[in-house]
Design a protein around this ligand. Structure first.
Ligand code: SAH
Length: 358
C-alpha cells in the first residue's frame, strides 16, 4: 500500500489538482515516503538498472574523457570533481579507479556530490570512503574552482510539467482525484513564455514537456564552467527534440501506471536535449552531442572490453560481453541514451564526440 497516496489525496482535497511536477517531486523525494528516500532502487533487485551498474567500463570511459579534458586545459592544480545524483556511487568509484594513474589528477580533485536522498548519501559514503567526498545542496554551493561534472540518469528524474497544445495556448496536465483514485485532468488553456518557442514546432493536440529544474540546473552548471573552466558530461535517455508524452513509471523492471502507487515506482520523463542546449546557449560554451554507443566506442570501450575479457571465462565472460553490447548497441542503450558535453567555447573540445550523428 502506498503511504503517500492518502497524503496526496488530502492535498488535492484542500488545494485542488496539482501540477505533474509537484506530483513527481512528492513521489520521488517526499522525506518519509518518497521513492528515492525510502528504497535502494537500482540493480537486478531494484526497479531499474543504470549504465554504471551494468559495467565498470562505463565509468572508466567517462573518467578518461574528463581526465583528458583536465590535461588539455593545463591540469589546473585544484578542481571540483562533481556528480549529480550519484546513486550508489558506482560511477564515481569507477572514474576514480580509472584515473588513478593520471599524474596529479587525484591530488587536484575535490570530490563533491549532489544527492537529495539521505539513504543514498549513506551508500555513497561507503562506496567512496577512500576519497573523502563532500555533499552539497546545489551546484551554486560548489567550491569556486574549475568544475568537472558528471550526471548519469539524473535529469530524467527531475520533475516535468506536461502540456497539451490548444490552437494558440497550452492546457496543463494536472493530477486530480476521483473518490480514492488519482486521475489525470487538464487545466484551462494558459500561455507560458517558456513555451512560446514550441508554438512554432507543434500543432494543436501535440503534447510537450517542460522541465523547469533541468533548465535551472544547466544554467548553474554553465555559469560555473564559463567562469572557472572545466567540463560537464551529461548522459541520459531522450530525444534531441522532445515532443509527446514520455512520463513513465517503472516498478520491478516493468512499466506501471504512474498514478497507481505513488512513492513506490520510479517516475521519469525523457530528457529534451534541445532544451538543455538552449539553457546552455547564453553562456559562451561549446556544446557537443553524440549518442552513448558512438561515445563509448570512440573513447576505446572495444579495446578495454577485450582486455577485461582475457581474464574471464564461462558465464562471467558471457555477462561481460552482454554488458558491453547493452551499453553500446543501437538496439539497446547505444542510441536511446545521449551524451552532452559542455566546455568553455575557447577550450579544447572533449574526446569522444567525433562521430557524426544523423
Ligand atoms: N547516477 C546514478 C543514479 C541515477 S538515479 C546511476 O547512474 O546509477 C537518480 C539519482 O539522482 C539518485 O541518486 C537520486 O536520489 C538522485 N536525485 C533525484 N532527484 C534529485 C534532486 N532533485 N537533487 C539531487 N539528487 C536527486
Amino acid at each position: 500500500m502506498s503511504a503517500l497516496k492518502p497524503l496526496i489525496l488530502a492535498q488535492i482535497a484542500a488545494h485542488g489538482p496539482m501540477r505533474l511536477s509537484d506530483y513527481m517531486a512528492l513521489c520521488l523525494l517526499h522525506p518519509d515516503h518518497g521513492y528515492y528516500t525510502t528504497r535502494p532502487p537500482f540493480g537486478t533487485q531494484g526497479d531499474f538498472t543504470t549504465a554504471p551498474e551494468i559495467s565498470q567500463m562505463f565509468g572508466e570511459m567517462l573518467g578518461l574523457c574528463l581526465a583528458q579534458s583536465w590535461l588539455d586545459s593545463g591540469a589546473p592544480p585544484a578542481f571540483t570533481l562533481a556528480e549529480l545524483g550519484p546513486g550508489r556511487g558506482t560511477l564515481m568509484a569507477d572514474v576514480l579507479r580509472a584515473t588513478a594513474k593520471v599524474a596529479g589528477f587525484h591530488a587536484a580533485a575535490n570530490i563533491c556530490l549532489i544527492e537529495a536522498s539521505p539513504a543514498l548519501r549513506a551508500v555513497q559514503a561507503q562506496t567512496l570512503a577512500a576519497y573523502a567526498p563532500r555533499w552539497f545542496g546545489s551546484v551554486d554551493d560548489l567550491p569556486e574552482a574549475p568544475l568537472y561534472l558528471l550526471a548519469n540518469e539524473f535529469f530524467d528524474a527531475l520533475p516535468i510539467r506536461q502540456f497539451h497544445r490548444t490552437p494558440a495556448a497550452w492546457a496543463e496536465v494536472m493530477v486530480g482525484a476521483a473518490g480514492d483514485d488519482l486521475t489525470f485532468g487538464k487545466s484551462a488553456p494558459i500561455s507560458l513564455p517558456e513555451l512560446d518557442q514550441r508554438l512554432n514546432d507543434t500543432r494543436g493536440g501535440d503534447v510537450v514537456e517542460y522541465c523547469p529544474a533541468a533548465a535551472a540546473m544547466i544554467t548553474a552548471i554553465s555559469r560555473r564552467i564559463a567562469a572557472f573552466g572545466g567540463a560537464a558530461l551529461i548522459v541520459d535517455y531522450g530525444a534531441w527534440h522532445g515532443v509527446g508524452d514520455t512520463f513513465q513509471a517503472l516498478r520491478s523492471h516493468e512499466f506501471a501506471n504512474p498514478l497507481d502507487a505513488p512513492g513506490m515506482a520510479d517516475l521519469t520523463a525523457h530528457v529534451d536535449f534541445s532544451a538543455l542546449a538552449n539553457a546552455a546557449a547564453p553562456h559562451n560554451l561549446r556544446a557537443q552531442f553524440t549518442a552513448q554507443g558512438p561515445f563509448l566506442t570512440s573513447l576505446g570501450i572495444d579495446a578495454r572490453a577485450t582486455r577485461l575479457a582475457q581474464s574471464l571465462r564461462g558465464p562471467a565472460l558471457a555477462a561481460h560481453l552482454a554488458a558491453k553490447q547493452r551499453l553500446t548497441s543501437p538496439d539497446e542503450m547505444g542510441q536511446l541514451f545521449k551524451v552532452v558535453g559542455l566546455t568553455p567555447a575557447g577550450a579544447p573540445p572533449l574526446a569522444g564526440f567525433d562521430t557524426v550523428q544523423a
